[in-house]
Design a protein around this ligand. Structure first.
Ligand SMILES: [Fe+2]
Ligand SMILES: [Fe+2]
Length: 254
């Protein structure tokens, strides 16, 4: 333990700016940089994955909203990149050391995939951002706040697009298939149970809850509207769809 830096609990409470960054606890700095990098890499990758959905959207109105979503995903990449720039860090060098979020390993194959992804997986991301907006590192907090607002818009597009798809039997069948697929991805994105990394995030006030609790809250919310509004049956327990043991505590989950 170095004595030159403030105690970790002080960081968890106290605000810090980019000018303070290099005086923060090295572990806290690493955790922040890990999250910033996750967004630098994954928002760009996500924008690329979403891009084809502009043409797949069934109406000009939905194409417009999808195009705006793609634009905002690239904007998120640029926003987080600036956080590295202002610290004098080379984002490309840093990004090479880490992969994109495993969220994007599952292929996006149809408009129904895109719609359900936005409704369920962007929603899972929003659950993470609701924690980040309480973090003490001001540039990160502000970026999270600006991003969260746009992620809510993406979730809204997903919900509207799903609603339209549910109007036809073919659309309903596609949504049903995509729901299981993306629920697994959404549940997984919270990271592993008993995560050591999550414990450190909480120690520094970057997150306020365990992965298990965040996942449970997410499941409760999505299960309610999927079963009641979408009319798709789901088990009581998410473990029948996805098992926590299937995930690990890698850098590619939150
Ligand atoms: Fe995003
Ligand atoms: Fe998004």
């Amino acid at each position: 333990m170095t004595t030159a830096t403030l105690s970790p609990s002080a960081h968890a409470q106290g605000p810090a700016t980019a000018a303070d960054f290099w005086n923060l606890d090295p572990e806290y700095r690493d955790l922040l940089l890990n999250l910033i990098n996750i967004h630098v890499v994954s928002e760009l990758y996500g924008g690329d994955c979403f891009e084809r959905s502009i043409l797949r959207a069934p109406t000009p109105e939905l194409k417009m909203r999808m195009a705006k979503t793609v634009m905002e995903e690239y904007g998120h990449h640029v926003r987080y990149r600036k956080l590295m720039d202002e610290l004098g860090l080379d984002w490309e060098e840093y990004a090479r050391s880490k992969g994109h979020l495993s969220t994007f390993d599952t292929p996006m194959e149809s408009w129904a995939d895109q719609a359900v992804f936005l409704a369920l997986v962007d929603r899972a991301a929003a659950h993470q951002f609701r924690h980040f907006v309480q973090s003490g590192y001001e540039p990160f907090r502000q970026a999270a706040q600006d991003t969260l607002k746009e992620e809510y818009g993406h979730v809204g597009l997903g919900m509207d697009a799903v609603k339209q798809l549910l109007e036809t039997p073919e659309g309903r069948a596609e949504v049903e298939k995509a729901t299981t697929k993306w629920l697994q991805v959404g549940l997984q994105s919270f990271g592993s149970d008993n995560s050591r990394k999550n414990e450190r995030y909480r120690h520094f006030g970057i997150k306020q809850d365990t992965n298990e609790n965040m996942r449970a809250a997410y499941w409760q919310q999505v299960r309610a509207f999927i079963t009641e509004d979408w009319g798709i049956a789901l088990p009581e327990d998410f473990r029948e769809i996805w098992s926590p043991s299937a995930t690990d505590d890698t850098e590619r989950a939150y």
